[in-house]
Design a protein around this ligand. Structure first.
Ligand code: BJ8
Length: 430
């Protein structure tokens, strides 16, 4: 890929040598973690291709879209409604970063003890490694955790592209009103940036596209409830990560084709691992691409991940947008209501997340919950206590993990995960 796209990367101002190094590391990691898996569905070929072209063909597509007058809109949070971006003919791209890059540069601006996701997006920009950030016309931030909202101030100084939405901390009527108003303001901002009017027809078309994507992701999620599981947690995680980058219509078609194949597997009783493999739900901080660390450890330790109660996972697609809106403002209200149903640890109280974890564990027939918090992600690190109490009260074992993107603790984590799986298998906890 590299030679063909060098000129494009140079025109975006990337650091070509460092970028080349990053692609080489990613390609090795992908080979070792993904392509070495046994018995993968053939339909994963499309997603492998998307990853192989994540800084290539997809960027060509974005630049072509810009030539057609479309805007590229970067986002960091599932509270930002993708429909609104599509309604102004924009292209929505998730910008969260799941790799330790540019750390030294990032730490010149933000403290060492900042979560890896924030350090990641700052590092990608500062080290000149992200063609998505460079292509973006507007980057939408939100006042979720303290780390993100303060980092956006600096990120805006560096990029001059950041628009921050005010997300409330509580979900009562006041919070709902505030968030609805923020969505109205975002609609105005997007119209200004793109020069496009938001109409009811545009919103209807966008709602159909994004709901179809959510339905396909829900279909994939439901298939993971079977035993044997027809697809690995690693592959399902990858699909969820790709859902933030890929063209939504093409993505949905390809994912539905893959689900057809998984349906056949289920009918034939064949799975990616033997029936009875220990089933785990992962819950917590989002795992942005290419963060495959925990899934890789779990599945390399004899378990299988059957679901993610996370933003790269169920929180992103769990609820559909109510398409029964009659005016533009009604649509904006319904978007606000949909996203206010997402249970992020940035909210207080957040009891509904505990219910989500228990319900999902039961639907997906998980035998244990692995709670994942990125180090220094205070909301999820602290909420782990209440998640543990709720999960154990429901009779399920719980493993609490705090980690970052580095592989330094991989051996230690593997030992803990293996012991957890063994305990479940031996029926010591149930
Ligand atoms: S809705 S989880 S996408 S805010 S990992 S930066 S919380 S310190 S990403 Fe999130 Fe929206 Fe919530 Fe989801 Fe802060 Fe934690 Fe870092 Fe995080």
């Amino acid at each position: 890929m590299s030679e063909n796209y060098r000129e494009m990367w140079a025109s975006l101002g990337l650091n070509l040598d460092a970028h080349q190094g990053l692609l080489a590391v990613l390609s090795d990691a992908y080979q070792n973690i993904y392509l070495s898996q046994k018995n993968r569905p053939a339909g994963m070929g499309y997603f492998d291709f998307v990853i192989s072209e994540v800084h290539g063909l997809r960027i060509v597509e974005l630049l072509d879209a810009k030539k057609e007058g479309k805007a590229i809109i970067g986002t960091f949070c599932v509270y930002v409604p993708e429909e609104l971006i599509l309604a102004v003919d924009g292209v929505s791209i998730g910008l969260c970063a799941g790799a330790d890059v540019g750390t030294e540069e990032a730490e010149k601006y933000i403290p060492r003890n900042t979560c890896a996701l924030i350090k990641g997006f700052m590092g990608f920009k500062l080290a000149g490694l992200c063609p998505y950030i460079e292509s973006a016309d507007l980057i939408i931030g939100e006042t979720t955790c303290d780390g993100k909202k303060k980092a956006y101030e600096i990120f805006d100084e560096i990029t001059n592209k950041v628009y921050v939405m005010e997300l409330p901390n509580k979900k009562g009527e006041d919070g709902r009103r505030l968030w609805t108003n923020e969505i109205r303001k975002l609609a105005v901002k997007l119209s200004q940036v793109t020069g496009r009017q938001i109409t009811i027809d545009k919103l209807r078309g966008a709602a159909v596209i994004v709901n179809a994507k959510r339905r396909a992701l829900k279909r994939l999620s439901a298939l993971r409830a079977h035993d044997p599981v027809p697809i690995s947690g690693l592959d399902a995680l990858l699909i969820n990560q790709v859902s933030f980058y890929d063209d939504p219509v093409r993505f949905t078609t390809k994912l539905n084709e893959l689900c057809d194949e998984l349906d056949r597997r289920v009918r034939e009783g064949s799975g990616v691992v033997p029936k009875g493999t220990t089933r785990l739900l992962v819950s917590g901080s989002p795992m942005a691409i290419p963060n495959w660390k925990l899934h890789s450890i779990i599945e390399g330790s004899g378990g299988i991940v059957v679901g993610e109660e996370a933003c790269v996972g169920e929180r992103n697609f769990g609820a559909l947008l109510d398409e029964g809106f009659s005016t533009v403002d009604d649509a904006l209200q319904k978007m606000a209501d949909r996203s206010m149903g997402i249970n992020c640890a940035c909210f207080t109280p957040n009891d509904d997340r505990l219910t989500d974890i228990k319900n999902l564990s039961s639907t997906l027939r998980a035998q244990g919950v692995v709670h994942y918090a990125l180090q220094f992600c205070t909301p999820y690190m602290i909420e782990a206590y209440r998640a543990k109490t709720a999960v154990e009260a429901a009779g399920l074992p719980f493993l609490r993990i705090e980690t970052d993107y580095s592989l330094e603790d991989a051996g230690q984590l593997k030992t803990r995960v293996e012991a957890f799986i063994e305990m479940i298998r031996d029926g010591i906890v149930s």
